[in-house]
Design a protein around this ligand. Structure first.
Ligand code: ATP
Length: 360
């Protein structure tokens, strides 16, 4: 119990949660979740990423018991959800908002009445409903659309209605099930910004499932990676992005932060690998954390007198922190590469020889 957050009461805990869908007809039983342990802290945005079929939807639906786990325990805001009867569940679910990929709006109801629906179901009177729904529509930027019907709205606007509806009972926890998967990139960005903003303003805890690493990188504090019903890796987003351990995580992350090496450069690497003549080392340098600010290339020049040739590079910002990758050619023949690697690693960066190119 040395970490600060470990002393807080978690907003969500899953302990040894498993879910098997029973065999039906010719279909065999499916193990969708296979022993999940998770802890979501109050006030964080926790992302869950995985490929199709990994079990993400099942997992998120086990949090509000829309799906009952076969075994294991789910606790939300101090309440053991798995121990509740139906009446207890209905009440507990009011404190958990949920937003869906395909919005799930009622087409025969106006925007206002869609947002008011959970309040109606909870027995809240008309005047009180108005008092609650109007500021919510304001909050999601739809104050002027209260009387419109879903068919008159864009996808992004529909999702704003879905978000306002999820907030109507003033939940402490918001579950987001692929909420930007049906939206174009620009609208996705707006919706993610809205979620991050709502989290800050309302002090919400958010659990978001997605198959897009971009969503995780944009708004999440921590991430769990799922595969075949298990969590294969989890941690702070910056750590998982900059040092993914599991091959599946690496493949998710590479599309976001790896270097796409141009074909002309790749050809030179191939020539460097094949040549029997003189060649120079290509060093791959990773800049991350505090060391990202180290002027490594300049120090190499001033302290060692080595002027490297920058071949390719990329700097990303993840949760506001820089993460850079750079490929440099070290002049002076193959042997010069190793001492440059030592020098740069000595500055706290991560360098290694990744390829060779023929000396021009
Ligand atoms: N109601 C159900 N009955 C039987 N099998 C199911 C049911 N729901 C999901 N499954 C199976 O459980 C596994 C996990 O599905 P789940 O929908 O949770 O994955 P996912 O990661 O959310 O995938 P997707 O992104 O495609 O929805 C899959 O093999 C799926 O076919």
């Amino acid at each position: 119990m040395t970490e600060g957050h470990a002393r807080m009461t978690a907003m969500v805990t899953l302990e040894a949660v498993a879910k098997t869908y029973a065999a039906r007809g010719t279909a065999t039983a499916v193990s969708a979740l296979d022993g999940i342990d998770l802890r979501v802290e109050p006030g964080e945005i926790f992302g869950i990423i995985g490929r199709s079929g990994a079990g993400k939807s099942t997992l998120v639906r086990c949090i509000n018991l829309l799906e009952r786990p076969s075994t294991g325990r789910v606790t939300v805001d101090g309440t053991d959800m798995t121990a509740l009867d139906d009446a207890g569940l209905i009440k507990a679910r009011r404190r958990i908002g949920m937003v869906f990929q395909h919005f799930n709006l009622l087409s025969s109801r106006t925007v206002f009445d869609n947002v008011a629906l959970p309040l109606e179901l909870a027995g809240v009177g008309r005047a009180e409903r108005r008092r609650k729904v109007e500021p919510l529509l304001e909050l999601v930027g739809l104050a002027d659309k209260a009387g419109r019907y879903p068919s008159e709205l864009s996808g992004g606007q529909k999702q704003r209605v879905g978000i306002a509806r999820a907030l109507s009972n003033e939940p402490r926890l918001l579950l987001c099930d692929e909420i930007t998967s049906a939206l174009d990139p620009e609208t996705t960005q707006q919706i993610l910004t809205l979620i991050a903003d709502l989290k800050r303003r309302l002090g919400l805890t958010v659990v978001a499932i997605t198959h897009e690493m971009g969503v995780i990188r944009e708004i999440c504090d921590r991430v769990a990676v799922m595969e075949a019903g298990r969590v294969i890796e989890q941690g702070p987003v910056y750590d998982v992005f900059t040092a993914p351990e599991h091959p599946t995580t690496r493949s998710f992350v590479s599309s976001e932060v790896d270097l796409a090496i141009p074909s002309g450069l790749k050809r030179r690497f191939d020539e460097g690998a094949a040549t029997g003549g003189d060649r120079n080392a290509v060093v791959r340098i990773v800049f991350k954390g505090a060391a990202a600010f180290e002027p490594a290339i300049a120090r190499l020049a001033t302290e060692r007198g080595v002027a490297v040739n920058i071949l390719h590079g990329r700097i990303e910002y993840i949760q506001g922190k820089p993460f850079g990758l750079m490929l440099v050619e070290v002049p002076g023949g193959e042997a010069a590469g190793a001492s440059v690697v030592d020098f740069i690693n000595g500055l706290g960066l991560d360098a290694r020889i990744t390829a060779h190119v023929p000396v021009a």
